[in-house]
Design a protein around this ligand. Structure first.
Ligand code: NI
Length: 138
C-alpha cells in the first residue's frame, strides 16, 4: 500500500452507527479498511460507466435441452471474441449447465454481450459480476 494519509470526516450519529454495524457485520478489522473498500467499489463502478477497460465474470445457467441454445451461445461468444478471456462449463445436472465467462473490455460492450446471451431461449439465469482490471483503484 502507498503512503497513508489520515483524514477526518463528519457524519450524523445514525450514519456512524450504521457504519459501525456494517464494519462488524462484514468482519472488517476497522473502519478504515471498510471505507477503503467502499471507495474502490465506487471507483470500479465508475470505470464501468466511463468506458474504461474493465473486467467482468458472467455466470449463465441454461437448459442445454432447449433446441439450439448451445450453438447460439457459442455463436454469440464468437461474435464478441475480443472480449472473452476464458470460459468454463460445468454440467450441473442431466439438463442444466453453468457457464462462467471471464470478460475484459468496455463496460458497455460487456453489458451488450451479456444482454444478448441472457435473452437466448433456454438461458434460465444470468449474473454479471462487475470488477476492474485493478488500474487506478489502489
Ligand atoms: Ni453442460
Amino acid at each position: 500500500m502507498s503512503d497513508l494519509t489520515r483524514v477526518s470526516l463528519s457524519l450524523d450519529q445514525s450514519l456512524l452507527d450504521s457504519l459501525e454495524q456494517q464494519v462488524a457485520k462484514k468482519g472488517y478489522e476497522n473502519r478504515s479498511e471498510f471505507i477503503r473498500d467502499l471507495i474502490r467499489d465506487h471507483l470500479a463502478r465508475d470505470q464501468w460507466l466511463s468506458g474504461e477497460e474493465v473486467l467482468g465474470t458472467l455466470t449463465l445457467i441454461y437448459n442445454h435441452h432447449q433446441r439450439g441454445v448451445s450453438e447460439k451461445l457459442v455463436e454469440e461468444q464468437h461474435h464478441s471474441g475480443e472480449h472473452i478471456l476464458a470460459s468454463t462449463h460445468v454440467h450441473l445436472s442431466h439438463e442444466i449447465c453453468a457457464e462462467m465467462i471471464m470478460l475484459r473490455g468496455s463496460g458497455s460492450g460487456i453489458i451488450k454481450l451479456t444482454n444478448a446471451l441472457k435473452q437466448l431461449r433456454g438461458v434460465l439465469h444470468a449474473s454479471l459480476a462487475m470488477s476492474t482490471t485493478g488500474k487506478d483503484i489502489s
